[in-house]
Design a binder for this molecule. Structure first.
Ligand code: GTP
Ligand code: MG
Length: 195
């Protein structure tokens, strides 16, 4: 995938602000700090287009990025961040659920998990929820650079087993630091978005 253009479009707080041009959307989901914004930057070869932070919970809206006038990446607020109020958390939850269940141009949810550790209870319930609603999923195990070369496939296997992923479902072993998995993920995205 050749990146000709990539731009931030909007931090949407609700459906009225979602783009109306009908371009396919690829959502990035996963718990706070797992590396969603970093993955977007690596995929787009941009250092700081999506804001990353060592402090979790920074992304609190649906952030839209348009690529090559062809598709959108949608950075979804991280789940599992404890330091926001219950009311706030519930409001995000509703917005995200509605987006994931009813957004017509949504083609694929890329769910990120930290490859260093087995998926958490929250990761599992997110995965089960997406599966239940038959939303197309690609799992990305990220921060692979923090593991040794021979640990990477072992941890991949643990992710597959813990989530109970069916055989044909893709698991991409990824690193935003090194670019590992980037080409594979682009081909999955291009196929899902039909571009
Ligand atoms: P929220 O927006 O809070 O939900 O977090 P996020 O999922 O967008 O995470 P973000 O991309 O901001 O990354 C969180 C931290 O993990 C940052 O310090 C990143 O530099 C680091 N990080 C992300 N991906 C990788 C990776 O592949 N390898 C390494 N070594 N660090 C990473
Ligand atoms: Mg983020």
């Amino acid at each position: 995938m050749k990146i000709k253009s990539s731009e931030f479009i909007i931090s949407a707080v609700g459906p009225k602000q979602y783009p109306e041009d009908g371009l396919p959307e690829i959502a990035l989901a996963g718990r706070s700090n797992v590396g969603k914004s970093s993955l977007i930057n690596r995929m787009l070869l941009r250092r700081n287009l999506a804001r990353t932070s060592a402090q979790p919970g920074k992304t609190q809206q649906l952030n839209y990025y348009r690529i090559n006038e062809e598709l959108y990446f949608v950075d979804v607020p991280g789940y599992g961040y404890a330091k926001v109020s219950k009311t706030e958390r519930e409001a995000w939850g509703r917005m995200i659920e509605l987006y994931l269940r009813e957004r017509e141009p949504l083609r694929l949810v890329i769910q990120l998990v930290d490859l260093r550790h087995p998926p958490t209870a929250l990761d599992i319930s997110m995965y089960e929820w997406l599966s239940h609603y038959r939303i197309p999923i690609c799992i990305v195990g990220t921060k692979a650079d923090k593991l040794s070369r021979n640990q990477v496939p072992k941890h991949g296997k643990i992710v597959r087993e813990t989530l109970g992923m069916p055989k044909g479902q893709p698991l991409v072993l990824f690193s935003s630091e090194t670019g590992m998995g980037r080409d594979e993920l682009w081909s999955i995205i291009a196929q899902a978005a039909d571009i």
